[in-house]
Design a protein around this ligand. Structure first.
Ligand code: C2E
Ligand code: MG
Ligand code: MG
Length: 694
């Protein structure tokens, strides 16, 4: 047998190694549990603390007695049952107290304090353990050895709990277990080294002692308990981690409201499908799907009804996809899809049509059937692009292009769209600095009283003189300026410039200025206009603000509030382009407009187009009944003018009288209008004279 003499005792070396290993494993499992306790709170934390203490305590108990048993062969011995059990109790309680104190946030040295408590407990355990050990002989203790044992025990256990509580790396937990195991072994050997035994065969051991071999069974049981606890905590840990990983995966890859895959999942699938298509020589089509008029559902029925529609849309899309197809929700009312085929673009077109059809079926919203359409754009890999990101942006571009043309369109990407989009972006960039660079101009179109041709005012119309492209029409740059919000600064410039020209007497009568919806949403437009009128000295009654119906629909309460302020200031308000939007009587009733501007699309078609003529008559009758003068826009011919005069239209503007011109040409334009009136009067007089002569 491999025994070793050490001072007063001989050791069974293998048992000593086993004692160290049990201690190490037990404390490692204990530290694992303790780390879980630190990461949780409330009763879960207490549960883990208890488990940590039981496992560590049992391991300490077992290792203590294994190392005592290692001494057994040289001496006949036995173990006192109560003290032996007490050792286990002390071990568990001191670990519980040590862990509990050590894991508290206060005081600052709580971890070290907890370690000391454990150290005291472990020392007590050893003293009681040795007390429980009855040998056939006598034991004498060395005081210095005992003090050394005490110091070793306390400092090493403090260090151990310190490592467990203030981990710098994830290995600190193992460090703590190693320190604790080392401390127990070192302390135990320091303690036994402080003792000297005198074998005395004349001493009889009491009969109630637990024989060494019986204790072996208890120790083996304890070791199995520790191992079982370690194993089950490992299994629980593994399962919890897998479950949470799956849940995180589910959450981060699925849109929570519709349950459809989200943008992240779409990107992953796209990368996979692209390499698959590449490998198999297939084609991949990406689709961008946008619901038309979805905002109206939110506005009319509320957001929860909107959510229900989105859930129904997702359900239909999910049911529509088959093998090699994939749908995802991008955000809001935008969806994405993929389809693999060797027969693209024909298959892509067919798939888009299928999606368009299933989404055009009515949706149930609060017991009402609501019809929606979807605008769909698509692009095909590798026909249109070989870049993953371009495939989706191409599809979106195509969708927007189709939608701009008509809601519910299906549109395939083509390269010209890219060029147009690039040019548009460049123009939008240039527009941001157009006001500052003095590239904006105002042209003025004179307005007239139709009966006698008197000039009654002018409309200010913005022009952009681009350094490269030359003069650009407002029909092209105003929507762009609204997208980039540059219109706010531009509109203010137009107001100031027009008011100044009118105040300086360079324009006759009223000056009408168009205002964009965005100007209503930024700052206080009424205050801005007030400031401009004060600055230029123009009387409020000479400025006329032109608003469109769609603007009022976009943010009615705010618009009406600002218009009300302007009206109080004495600024007249005109409803521009009447007849092109919703043309609702409600809008006319919502606000007391000072003028209705009849859109040129109707004026252009009178008198021959009977429907247009009927509309013009109705609007004129409406104006009369509401006591609001109507101005007809876009009068180009004498026939149109005569029709309008006959139907009682008061004012007009159009190329027949004057085209929009720069300020410097206004006197000429006015002179021409006077000549026209004079010529007309002369013709009328001549005709009258001829009639009289006849
Ligand atoms: P609008 O306010 O309805 O202006 C009338 C448009 O009709 C002007 O086009 C004018 O040149 C054109 N027009 C006038 N008489 C005739 C005619 O007899 N025949 C034809 N075919 N057209 C005629 P323009 O200057 O191209 O302006 C287009 C639109 O751009 C304006 O429509 C207005 O909505 C917007 N706009 C122009 N200037 C501004 C501005 O300073 N601010 C804002 N927010 N919008 C502006
Ligand atoms: Mg206008
Ligand atoms: Mg107009």
């Amino acid at each position: 047998m491999p025994y070793a003499e050490s001072l007063g005792f001989a050791y069974h070396q293998i048992l000593v190694v086993i004692a160290g290993a049990v201690c190490l494993f037990g404390t490692w499992v204990g530290m694992r549990h303790f780390a879980r306790a630190r990461a949780t709170a409330g009763s879960t934390r207490l549960g883990w603390l208890f488990m940590a203490s039981v496992v560590t305590g049992v391991a300490l108990w077992a290792s203590t007695f294994i190392s005592i048993l290692a001494l057994d062969p040289m001496l006949k011995s036995g173990f006192e049952p109560v003290a032996t059990s007490l050792v286990l109790l002390i071990a568990i309680v001191s670990c519980l107290a040590g862990f509990q104190i050590g894991s508290r946030p206060f005081p600052a040295l709580a971890p070290e304090l907890g370690g000391l408590v454990m150290g005291v407990g472990i020392l007590a355990m050893h003293f009681v353990g040795l007390h429980a050990w009855h040998v056939e002989g006598t034991i004498q203790w060395n005081v210095y050895g005992l003090v050394l044992t005490l110091l070793l025990g306390l400092s090493l256990s403090a260090l151990s709990v310190n490592r467990a509580n203030r981990p710098v790396t994830r290995y600190c937990r193992h460090g703590a277990a190693i320190v604790l195991a080392f401390m127990i072994c070192a302390m135990h050997y320091a303690l036994t080294a402080s003792a000297t035994t005198m074998p005395d065969p004349s001493l009889d051991l009491p009969g109630y002692l637990i024989p060494a071999h019986m204790l072996c069974f208890a120790v083996v049981g304890a070791v199995l308990l520790v191992m079982g606890s370690g194993f089950s905590s490992y299994v629980i840990d593994l399962r919890t981690r897998t479950e949470s990983a799956e849940r995180i995966h589910q959450l981060s890859f699925n849109d929570t409201m519709t349950g459809l895959p989200n943008r992240i999942a779409f990107n992953e699938r796209l990368s996979f499908d692209i390499s698959d298509a590449h490998e198999k020589g297939q084609k991949l089509a990406a689709f961008s799907i946008d619901l038309d008029g979805f905002k109206d559902i939110n506005d009319v029925f509320g957001h929860s009804a909107g959510d229900l529609v989105l859930i129904q849309v997702a359900e239909r899309l999910r049911n529509a996809v088959g093998e090699g197809e994939f749908v995802a929700r991008q955000n809001g009312d935008e969806f994405l899809a993929l389809k693999m085929s060797s027969n693209h673009p024909a298959d892509a077109q067919a798939f888009a049509e299928k999606l368009g059809t299933i989404l055009s079926e009515p949706f149930k919203v609060s017991d009402t059937d609501v019809k929606l359409t979807a605008s769909i754009g698509y692009s095909v890999f590798p026909l249109d692009t070989r870049e993953r990101d371009h495939l989706v942006s191409n599809a979106k571009l195509a969708m927007h292009r189709g939608k701009a043309h008509q809601a519910g369109n299906i549109c395939r990407y083509d390269r010209d769209m890219d060029d147009a989009a690039r040019a548009r972006r460049a123009l939008a960039r240039d527009l941001l600095s157009a006001t500052k660079n003095g590239q904006l101009e105002l042209h003025y179109q004179l307005q007239t009283l139709l009966r006698d041709g008197t000039v009654c005012g002018a409309e200010a119309l913005m022009r952009w003189r681009h350094p490269v492209r030359g003069m650009i029409s407002p029909a092209e740059f105003i929507p762009l300026a609204e997208e980039t919000e540059a219109i706010v600064e531009m509109g203010e410039w137009a107001l100031r410039t027009a008011c100044r020209a009118a105040a300086e007497g360079k324009l006759p009568g009223m000056i009408a200025v168009n205002v964009s919806p965005l100007q209503f949403n930024h700052g206080d437009l009424a205050e801005t206009i007030k400031g401009i009128l004060a600055e230029t000295g123009l009387h409020p009654s000479r400025l006329e603000i032109e608003v469109t119906e769609s603007m009022l629909m976009s943010n009615q309460s705010r618009c009406l509030e600002i218009l009300g302020k302007l009206k109080t200031m004495g600024v007249p308000i005109a409803m521009d382009d009447f007849g092109t939007g919703y043309s609702s009587l409600g809008t006319l009733h919502a606000f007391p407009f000072d003028k209705i501007k009849l859109d040129q699309s109707f004026v252009r078609r009178v008198p021959d187009d009977l429907l247009a003529a009927a509309i013009v008559k109705t609007v004129l009758a409406l104006g009369r009944s509401m006591n609001v003068p109507v101005l007809a826009e876009g009068i180009e011919t004498e026939d149109q003018l005569q029709f309008l005069i006959k139907e009682g239209c008061i004012e007009g503007q159009g190329y027949l009288f004057a085209k929009p011109v720069p300020l410097a040409q206004i006197p000429d334009a006015m002179a021409k209008m006077l000549q026209r009136v004079a010529a007309k009067t002369a013709t009328v007089q001549q005709t009258d004279a001829q009639v009289a002569a006849a």
